[in-house]
Ligand binder design. Structure first.
Ligand code: SME
Length: 151
């Protein structure tokens, strides 16, 4: 399904006030993982209060041991510090990378801002090499902006 068709579905999920925040985030993960064939693990990490670490939130895909990630570690930890999207076409080419599954070949992480503060991120792993384009970045920025409205 195209990003343009997914956008209104993201909005519908986010605006459903009968569901909890985490239920809505889980539904976003499900929507993305099941409709974009190269999105094979979709999850959220959030900054843990005043601590310099990220905590795993709702996700869809293989369970991961990496439920806590210190700032600066791995792709996720680097985005917590840089406040910038991080597109990794080939995870094998990265030194500062935390492997969650041997099947993962690429990754994209996009930060979530609330009032200009980096509060978390959406993290997507793919089993395909180099699948992400600027269209993914723009779409995921849209998703993160919608998500920030319920945090
Ligand atoms: N690969 C990530 C760790 C999180 S897993 O992808 C779920 C990283 O290097 O930060």
């Amino acid at each position: 399904m195209s990003f343009e068709l997914l956008k209104p579905q993201v909005e519908t999920i986010i605006s459903n006030s009968t569901k909890t925040k985490n239920e809505r985030l889980q539904a976003i993960c499900q929507l993305l993982e099941s409709n974009i064939d190269y999105y094979n693990w979709v999850g959220f990490y959030f900054v843990n209060g005043d601590k310099q670490e990220l905590i795993l939130g709702p996700y869809v895909g293989e369970p991961t041991d990496h439920t806590v990630i210190p700032f600066g570690k791995g792709i996720c930890g680097q985005v917590a510090v840089s406040n910038k999207n991080f597109v990794v076409p080939d995870v094998k080419a990265q030194d500062n990378y935390i492997a969650c599954s041997l099947t993962v070949k690429s990754e994209i992480v996009v930060p979530i801002f609330v009032n200009g503060k980096n509060v978390g991120q959406i993290d997507i792993d793919s089993n395909t090499l180099d699948p992400f384009t600027e269209k993914d970045e723009r779409f995921l920025e849209f998703v993160c902006e919608k998500v920030s409205s319920i945090l």
